[in-house]
Design a protein around this ligand. Structure first.
Ligand code: AMP
Ligand code: MG
Length: 495
């Protein structure tokens, strides 16, 4: 008998009433799209064994691996502000959990593995394009040092899925610290099932904040930990120009990992009002709204946990409000630190307000002159290397506005008294050169989806998973799209 592909150690599926046992649907003709060998290693899995025909059958949902207890998880959620008491895994399945090479518990889950009891009108399927998009963007986020669910495998199913037009079907295998969302708590709170809210909270604490286990104030401390993780996460998104696109409460984890890569995209020309999602007509999830929305979602989480905070309603609300009010300050502190790093500024002994103004003055000018967010920061190091033209060309004919800010920045750096080369090297390790540019992502997905050609995808994946290292052969991939490529760019949920 061959050794099992995974050593499952399942805990979520054992909790009664939180999920429903279910099986992935069989698919006709599985074909590899991608296997993430590095991640397999990180998970303590044998990548060669996963790359076998047996692995392909597993990732296609055609063979449930030994030790798996596949379940569809129940959750609710506020979608664009409106509450749906019952969403749940309509096209996903939690296969099981493994302990990774560092002993951390990680979920192994499918996306696109067929209908479940939570599917409502949907077909439970996913298409090649959106699946590869999640691989590209999630792995790029990981390479940027941003907490995220990961992509272990993607396979084409040989099926056709019906969207606006027929598309080739696919299944993604997603890895997450857990799939527990704000919406998971909302599901039970909406049913006044405080016992299950408590049980889920205990489970989440054991998983994500084990230091709190057994503490009397653990529920409030857990809530505070979630608020802190989200404040940091959203600050990290903002520091690379990432727009999640669909920050519904069912798409916000308590682990602090970015989850659910649907209509997400990276901003090119800096504009805080940027929205790419085709369904976000009011700009609820625009780039600049993300911190406010995160806080709004966290208020919804607090509402579910109130009975655990205190037996007295008023005291529970007061405690939750204290914690939630801390979000803004935490977010701002992370934001400032991250942007200081982007500008090569040290924080020791520095004036927070002066530095905040310096960053905001750059952003304001970038907005006004539609400067590419990524290159607007990345190429600043060229100024320190004596080649200011590389940065100045980003400003069109607005050299005066750019130069004025540059003088402020250089004065601040001089006061810091570090060799320019050192600062430049540090900045290049912080400001990515390569992000998944929208036009490149579209090209890669089109080639894979229309003609089954994976080379463009693989090439782009290699570029964006090494985002800080300059490689002259990839120079064009660092550039923003042309106006024809970027104007009116729209993303879709991929459902
Ligand atoms: P999402 O927009 O991916 O966060 O999904 C929101 C809800 O819709 C979740 O409950 C999903 O499981 C469900 N859903 C999305 N797409 C499908 C689909 N093709 N079939 C069934 N359920 C879906
Ligand atoms: Mg979702």
């Amino acid at each position: 008998m061959s050794t099992p592909l995974f050593s499952f150690d399942n805990s979520y599926a054992l909790m009664e009433g939180m999920s429903m046992p279910w099986q992935p649907a069989a698919v006709p003709a599985p074909r590899w799209l991608h296997l993430n060998r590095n991640l397999a290693g990180e998970l303590g899995l044998d990548a060669d064994a996963l790359a076998s025909d047996e692995g392909l059958a597993v990732f296609a949902g055609n063979r449930v691996p030994e030790g798996a207890t596949p379940v569809a998880q129940a959750y609710a959620g506020h979608q664009f502000g409106g509450f749906s008491p019952q969403l749940g895994d309509g096209r996903a399945l939690l296969l099981g959990e493994v302990l990774d090479a560092r002993g951390q518990r990680r979920d192994i889950a499918f996306k696109g593995s067929g209908r479940t009891p939570f599917s409502r009108g949907g077909d439970g399927k996913a298409a090649v394009g959106p699946v590869l998009r999640e691989v590209l963007i999630s792995e790029a986020m990981h390479a940027l040092g941003i907490p995220t669910t990961r992509s272990l495998a993607a396979v084409a199913t040989g099926e056709t899925v019906r969207r606006e037009r027929p598309l080739p079907g696919a299944i993604l295998t997603r890895v997450a610290a857990s799939h527990i969302r704000v919406g998971s708590f909302q599901f039970f709170a909406a049913r006044n099932d405080t016992d299950r809210v408590r049980q889920l909270a205990e489970h989440a604490i054991a998983r994500h904040d084990p230091a709190l286990v057994g503490r009397e104030d653990r529920f409030l401390a857990f809530y505070e930990a979630v608020v802190q993780r989200q404040a940091k996460l959203v600050a990290q998104w903002m520091s690379v120009g990432f727009i999640h696109g669909v920050m519904n409460t069912d798409n916000m984890t308590v682990s602090g990992e970015t989850i659910d890569y649907g209509p997400c995209a990276f901003m090119e020309a800096y504009d805080p009002q940027t929205v790419f999602s085709s369904i976000d007509t009011h700009g609820r999830y625009a780039f600049g709204n993300q911190p406010g929305i995160a806080q709004w979602n966290l208020a919804r989480l607090a509402e579910t946990l109130l009975p655990l905070f205190h037996s007295d309603d008023e005291q529970a609300v007061a405690a939750a409000t204290r914690v939630l009010d801390g979000f803004g300050e935490r977010f701002s502190a992370h934001w400032l630190n991250l942007h200081r790093l982007k500008l090569g500024l040290r924080s020791d002994g520095a004036d927070d307000e002066a530095d905040r103004t310096l960053v905001n003055e750059l952003l304001q000018r970038m907005h006004e002159h539609r400067v590419d967010f990524t290159l607007g920061f990345r190429r600043l190091s060229s100024v320190l290397r004596g080649a200011p033209q590389e940065w100045l060309t980003l400003w069109g004919d607005a050299h005066a506005a750019a130069g004025e800010w540059l003088a402020h920045w250089q004065r601040r750096l001089t006061a810091q008294g570090e060799p320019a080369a050192e600062v430049a090297a540090r900045m290049d390790a912080t400001n990515p050169l390569f992000i998944p540019r929208n036009h490149l992502v579209e090209n890669a997905l089109d080639a894979a989806s229309e003609s089954g050609d994976l080379r463009v995808f693989e090439h782009l994946l290699a570029i964006v998973t090494d985002p800080f290292t300059e490689r002259s052969e990839h120079a064009p991939a660092a550039l923003p799209g042309t106006p024809e490529q970027t104007q009116g760019y729209r993303t879709f949920c991929g459902t």
